[in-house]
Design a protein around this ligand. Structure first.
Ligand SMILES: *Cc1c(COP(=O)(O)O)cnc(C)c1O
Length: 337
């Protein structure tokens, strides 16, 4: 199905955990559906996560275009930025990260510490609301592109979250992998939950579900505001990805439902339900969720299970998209002292 250039970065296939201890803690098989966790936190690539699948196609595209440098953007604790820096090391590319932060000199911890270890050239764009610096960071990116050109280097710009059409292909192939595994297990889950940010994952999962005839309904859980613009972004990425793949499937606004009920106060602001999800999954399965994405996604799953919205005879899947370095920040530690 996929003959686009792909640069190997991830350790695939990722495993699936049958969360039997979590299920027991939620009342057992008479009350709680079977919960499978697709472990894309275990992709490898600088501590893993969903960006590894996108980067396999993005880095291959950068190399095909003769790039010397990759540039990307994000919040200061961006998992995507950290994994881009790791991928650049492996591919022999220079990496410049343009990161928004509330502070002129942010604490070197979590993902930012790893950015430093991977040798990325980090530029900060101070902003009260890191999510609203978009536009200002584009200006900085354009300057970096010019700087690189002046030094004789061709730059490849990866959009925030790696959520371009090329990046979305990572979750078209990721879906084929998951659906194959589920068939092998004889499982036909009714829902697939995942935390949804810049929407490249959703774009790939949505197109992939059509192409792989997936049994589940996609249950994206928003972790930040800005729904109308994000639906358009997902739709564009998905349909451009379909064009790249030469398939006739099309993705519509109606295919791109995202649950808005678990954002809390905003991007990267932990919720009580998310913090509880982190504890519960750590203590039952020794699986680590992150405070920004997966804990909010998982809190939606827990809410629906506890509300009895999902028949206990069903199977559901949670796509664990990674994010573990954000646990090692003072901000998260402050929730545990
Ligand atoms: C980036 C990210 C997501 C969201 O993926 P998008 O493609 O940006 O929607 C979810 N979880 C983690 C841990 C991430 O780093």
């Amino acid at each position: 199905m996929i003959d686009l250039p792909r640069y190997p970065l991830a350790t695939l296939p990722t495993p699936i955990t049958d969360a039997v201890r979590l299920r027991a803690a939620l009342g057992g098989p008479s009350k709680c559906p079977r919960i499978l966790i697709k472990r894309d936190d275990l992709t490898a690539l600088g501590l893993g996560g969903n960006k590894a699948r996108k980067l396999e196609f993005l880095i291959a595209d950068a190399l095909a275009q003769g790039a010397h440098t990759v540039i990307t953007t994000g919040a200061v604790q961006s998992n995507h930025a950290r994994m881009t820096a790791a991928a650049a090391c492996i591919a022999g590319l220079r990496c410049v990260l343009v990161l928004t932060s509330r502070y002129d000199v942010p604490l070197v911890e979590g993902n930012l510490l790893l950015d430093r270890l991977f040798g990325a050239d980090v530029r900060f764009v101070p902003s009260e609301d890191p999510m609203l610096a978009v536009g200002r960071d584009e200006e900085v990116v354009a300057n970096v592109v010019r700087e690189e050109a002046a030094a004789g280097r061709r730059a490849y710009v990866i959009p925030v979250g790696g959520s371009s059409a090329v990046g979305a292909i990572g979750y078209v192939t990721g879906t084929a992998e998951l659906v194959g595994q589920l068939r092998g297990m004889g499982a036909a889950p009714t829902r697939l939950y995942f935390g949804s940010g810049s929407r490249g994952t959703q774009a790939g999962l949505t197109l992939g579900a059509k192409l792989s005839d997936a049994p589940y309904k996609l249950w994206g859980v928003a972790v930040s505001a800005g729904e109308p613009e994000k639906i358009e972004r997902a739709k564009k990425a998905a349909n451009e990805a379909a064009a790249l793949l030469g398939v006739s499937a099309r993705v519509d606004r109606d295919d791109l439902f995202t649950d808005q009920g678990f954002i809390g106060e905003g991007y990267a602001i932990p919720t009580a339900a998310g913090l509880e999800a982190i504890d519960l999954l750590a203590r039952t399965e020794a699986i680590l969720l992150d405070p920004v994405y997966t804990s909010k996604g998982f809190s939606a799953l827990l809410y629906h299970v506890r509300a009895g919205d999902i028949p206990p005879t069903d199977t559901i899947v949670f796509l664990h998209t990674g994010g573990v370095p954000a646990l090692f920040t003072r901000e998260f530690a402050a929730t545990r002292t």
